[in-house]
Design a protein around this ligand. Structure first.
Ligand SMILES: Cc1ncc(COP(=O)(O)O)c(C=O)c1O
Length: 448
């Protein structure tokens, strides 16, 4: 029987010879290493415990030993103190975010998001949850705080209770942003915390790319520097007006494997009680008990630290190589590419006469490569001339081939458009209609 075994097979995104630049998670080569680590972790666990103990219901905020080992691991990875008591285990960043939205917010709340933002969240809060979403423009150092404050000033009144303690929420990816790669500056982080306190807004910060920082020490190029300080640490518990307005929403998906479905919050104390009291936590007795026990040993053995080093080395090379291909082949046409210091994505901006919608069919049908259209990262469908591509899935040879194919597709469309308009002259004309623009089944299915 032909049964799909993963999202790629399920969506038909596994056509032989086709390359997919939309897959934003580690590919088979790196997952193989994680599989070996998980086996070793299980063996280590069984040296001290009976296997069946791992199958019992767990603790409300997660396995206590995992919380401890994770706090130590993150402290080593971030170069900043992470406390065990702040950690609450989740089933990945998606589950973490969804629980917070469902638990603390209703359709009467305003949800601010960056523009652009993580495309799957952008689509679902608008479509599924019918929430009132307000996009805030991204600048080079984070979301535009003036624009945010203007919107906060006009928030409708909300009756605050201990169960609904916030007037609004903001969803951000402050370090190695998806899709732009931007990191918030310290000034922006301080301002965001200030606004969150002033307007009783909860800021949920997806910290899923923080350990994937590729800046190296100038003296020792094998030594990686730490990513900038995470937003959660700016909400200082010693401040006289501290109540806890920031949640860090972390995940093992991007540096280990998304199939683990394991993540964590760093969570203000006042929110712990409410979540522990919720149906899904109380009835399940916490999240992910089984994989938590194995992960505890993987972390305490130091295997995950070594693995993260390997991932960072590989991703750094992949990112640099992809940027250099884009620059050497299409920057002469005015195509710009982001220069991220970490994370999984490149954000490619084409001259405004050319849209991703025009490039996609050429890439898909003629070059056999696909990517995510920029407008899907925006609740307003802005950025039609942008493309998001991931460097995380393929090893270097396939990635190089995929990026070259994508650049060829861009070049073909640029040349075609140049036949009817003059690129970069700021005048809009109608576009050439491309032949053969037939999308294959599920070509538009978005994957993370
Ligand atoms: C910003 C962001 N948050 C969350 C996720 C999903 O994470 P998880 O697999 O932990 O649910 C992704 C995946 O691409 C992402 O880019």
């Amino acid at each position: 029987m032909d049964v799909p075994l993963n999202e790629f097979e399920e969506s038909g995104l596994n056509v032989p010879g086709h390359l997919y630049l939309q897959f934003g998670s580690p590919g088979p080569g790196l997952l193989k290493k994680v599989a070996t680590m998980m086996k070793t972790g299980m063996n280590l666990y069984q040296e001290r415990h009976r296997h069946e103990e791992a199958l019992q219901y767990g603790c409300l905020s997660g396995n206590g030993l995992l919380r401890l080992e994770l706090a130590k691991f993150l402290t080593r990875q971030y170069g900043q103190v992470v406390e065990r008591d702040d950690i609450f285990i989740t089933n990945g960043a998606t589950g973490g975010l969804d629980s917070l939205m469902k638990h603390f917010f209703t359709r009467d709340h305003v949800i601010f998001v960056e523009n652009p933002t993580y495309q799957t969240f952008a689509r679902h809060v608008v479509n599924d949850d019918q929430m009132r979403v307000v996009p805030i423009a991204m600048r080079d150092d984070g979301a535009d705080m003036e624009e945010l404050e203007k919107s906060l000033e006009s928030l409708p009144p909300v009756n605050l209770t201990s169960r609904r303690p916030f007037r609004a929420a903001m969803y951000v990816i402050a370090i190695h942003h998806n899709p732009t790669g931007i990191c918030y500056s310290p000034e922006k982080c301080r301002k965001l915390v200030k606004l969150a306190r002033k307007y009783e807004m909860l800021v949920i910060c997806d910290d899923v790319y923080n350990v994937l920082n590729y800046v190296t020490d100038p003296v020792d190029p094998d030594k990686f520097k730490f990513a900038p300080q995470r937003l959660f640490a700016y909400d200082n518990k010693q401040d006289s007006d501290y109540k806890g307005h920031i949640v860090a929403n972390g995940s093992f998906s991007k540096f280990a494997g998304p199939g683990l479905r394991l993540g964590w919050y760093e969570l203000p104390k006042r929110l712990f009680v409410h979540l522990e009291d919720s149906y899904f936590i109380e009835s399940a007795s916490g999240m992910m008990s089984y994989s938590s026990t194995i992960m505890t040993d993987v972390l305490s053995s130091g295997m995950m630290d070594e693995h993260v080093q390997i991932v960072r080395k590989q991703f750094k090379v992949r990112m640099e190589k992809s940027i250099s291909i884009i620059q050497s082949s299409v920057s002469k046409y005015g195509v710009k590419c982001s220069q991220p210091s970490g994370g999984c994505f490149l954000w490619v901006e084409m001259p405004e006469e050319v849209t991703a919608e025009m490039v996609f069919p050429v890439a898909q049908n003629k070059e056999h490569v696909s990517f995510i259209k920029g407008e899907l990262s925006s609740v307003n469908r802005d950025f039609p001339n942008c493309i998001r591509l991931s460097i995380a899935f393929y090893e270097l040879p396939d990635l190089v081939e995929a990026v070259q194919r994508m650049c060829r597709a861009i070049e073909k469309v640029l040349r075609q458009v140049a036949g009817t308009v003059s690129i970069n002259n700021n005048t809009k004309h109608s576009h050439t209609i491309l032949d053969g623009a037939v999308l294959c089944k599920n070509a538009n299915r978005i994957t993370v």
